[in-house]
Design a protein around this ligand. Structure first.
Ligand code: GLC
Length: 559
């Protein structure tokens, strides 16, 4: 258990009793295809979901995952198992120790965690608190057996304060709602005190505002509220205003013909040019998730009511669009392969005039008969067929993916384990761009060479997202297997930021060591496996009111 956390930030008055309770029960006959299997029922009186009671399918072995934790527990392996357990407890302790070291204090209060604490490399901007990087750190503090929500509260308030700054890059003023990518504490020797300095994209390599920051901020506010059951923070007038400002940026009227959000390259975790401009799945899934979280926290006062109505309409349109046009499985791939082009009028089947010749060869081999995923990007005459892990996992957690789509994504992970997980979890994107494509799409980026960094590198931080998605789908064995892989190497390798190579065998060329989100991501994954009710903090159930599109079916839809 991670209860061995040696660390504690300043006094939390939060007790275990505040936590969600967990019961094992059985579904009534006929209620599910998985009749008579135990389900874990999560009770949370003040769960922000519409439903007061949330059900998570039972933790079920998946046939195509050959190694399970149980295999360690066969009689011949007992000694081995206790040795592994002891090693893993040490690993958890070590992770907490490192996470604690990364905590940043401002005026005596913990307000975030540094991106990395690598003594062997130039700090660059890794000595800052990144909004997206703090999410797994914050979740780790919320999911501890004795939660320490204070750091999360301070972080949310401090970033809200930074949002209030006038944000200028050269002579151009950014939108009011933009949240910082990162911030740091500077000692002002003139004034003799610490001051905050924030980056809204002006200093980042891509010089692009972080669209994901605002969404993660809203999502983390929901996690905080669910964990503490304390609505006073989210109901503060300033917090409500902060949410409204973020949403106003994304819900503004414009020339759009799609409900998706048009974004520049480099505006999210992949913060360099990688051909994700347009309507990247990561941003669309985070947008959807943030809209649904805000929907639960916004109060009708001060313009909130009108915003709630806009959210409802957008959520419906967005889910239809993504579930229909971004979805790819064997059947859909075959449909696209046979598409007619140049269809005019609203009756067109090939809505975006995707030319079949633009389907890359690798997709035909990669696509299993069982499984499917949301592709990276869809816009006129363009489908980016690459697999992106963040977007697909967030789609599961936010219930943007229908239950059948979520199952198919899990099937794909099993079927394509070598490609998507390999020796070190997890591929941020698959496959890598090489040669001519790498030159024109990345602009010859030497950091994003093939199978490195954002271009097909493997990122241990993503373990927490995978674990959450697996638990939600009732397939924790997939996550356990990935966790085991991480545990074999990560500490010996010094908790790197990312790994390189087709199977993720090598420590990343320019990877920082002691990267905080690699550490926090591992802790969150462990705490969710140990206590699946932690999932509630970061997941939303399917909203039955959202209309379902009619979809084609592949093999995985029938199981
Ligand atoms: C890299 C990553 C970015 C992360 C930052 C700090 O730039 O691409 O996603 O936020 O490092 O860890």
């Amino acid at each position: 258990m991670a209860s061995s956390s040696p660390t504690s930030l300043t006094g939390s008055d939060h007790s275990d009793a505040d936590h969600v309770s967990l019961e094992i029960s059985h579904l009534p006959d006929g209620e599910s295809e998985r009749q008579n299997e135990p389900v874990i029922t999560l009770n949370s009186e003040e769960c922000l979901d519409d439903q007061k009671l949330t059900r998570i399918p039972s933790l079920k072995p998946s046939p195509s995952v050959h190694i399970t934790m149980d295999s360690h527990l066969s009689p011949g392996n007992r000694t081995n198992a206790s040795q592994v357990n002891a090693e893993n407890t040490c690993l958890v302790d070590e992770a907490w120790e490192n996470l604690t070291k990364s905590v940043v204090f401002y005026k005596g209060k913990p307000i975030g965690t540094l991106a990395a604490l690598d003594p062997s490399a130039d700090a660059l901007n890794y000595n800052q608190v990144f909004v997206r990087d703090f999410v797994p750190s914050g979740l780790a503090y919320l999911m501890k057996p004795q939660p320490e929500p204070e750091i999360v509260k301070n972080f949310l308030l401090k970033t809200l304060y930074l949002q209030g700054w006038e944000k200028r890059i050269d002579n151009f003023t950014l939108g009011e709602g933009v949240m910082p990518a990162s911030f740091k504490i500077q000692y002002d020797s003139h004034r003799g005190k610490d001051t905050l300095e924030a980056d809204f994209g002006g200093s980042a390599i891509g010089r692009v505002a972080p669209v994901d920051s605002g969404f993660w901020w809203i999502i983390l506010l929901m996690s905080y509220t669910k964990c503490t059951r304390d609505r006073t923070l989210s109901e503060m007038a300033e917090m409500q205003r902060g949410m409204r400002l973020i949403l106003n940026l994304c819900l503004a009227d414009g020339f759009h013909t799609f409900p998706t959000l048009l974004c520049a390259d480099g505006c999210s975790m992949i913060d360099r040019r990688m051909g994700i401009y347009g309507y990247s799945i990561e941003i669309q899934a985070l947008f959807f998730f943030a809209l649904r979280c805000a929907r639960q926290m916004l109060k009708p006062e001060s313009g909130g009511k009108e915003l709630i109505e806009r959210i409802d309409k957008r959520v419906t349109a967005l889910s239809y669009h993504i579930r229909t046009y971004f979805w790819l499985d064997f059947t859909q791939l075959n449909n696209i392969y046979r598409y007619r082009t140049e269809e005019y009028s609203h009756t067109a089947v090939n809505k975006f005039n995707v030319i079949p010749d633009s389907i890359p060869d690798w997709v035909f081999d990669f696509m299993p008969l069982r499984g499917g995923y949301f592709v990276g990007n869809v816009s006129p005459a363009r489908m980016d067929f690459r697999w992106f892990l963040v977007g697909n996992c967030i789609a599961i957690l936010s219930s943007l993916a229908t239950p059948q789509q979520a199952t198919a994504i899990m099937d794909l992970l099993e079927e394509r384990w070598e490609d998507l997980i390999g020796e070190m979890p997890l591929k941020i994107v698959y496959p890598a761009l090489e040669g001519h494509q790498w030159r024109i799409v990345t602009g010859c980026d030497p950091k994003n060479t093939r199978w490195s960094y954002h271009n097909g590198g493997s990122w241990p931080v993503l373990l927490w997202l995978l674990t959450a998605a697996c638990i939600k789908c009732g397939r924790p064995q997939i996550a356990k297997r990935a966790i085991e892989l991480v545990e074999q190497r990560i500490s010996k390798d010094g908790w790197p930021e990312y790994y390189d190579g087709k199977t993720g065998r090598y420590i990343g060329k320019q990877a920082r060591k002691y990267q905080t989100w690699s550490i926090a991501g591992y802790l969150v994954a462990k705490m969710m496996i140990e206590n699946p009710s932690n999932l509630l903090m970061i997941s939303l159930e399917d909203d039955k009111k959202i209309a379902k599109p009619r979809l084609t079916r592949s093999l995985s839809w029938t199981c």
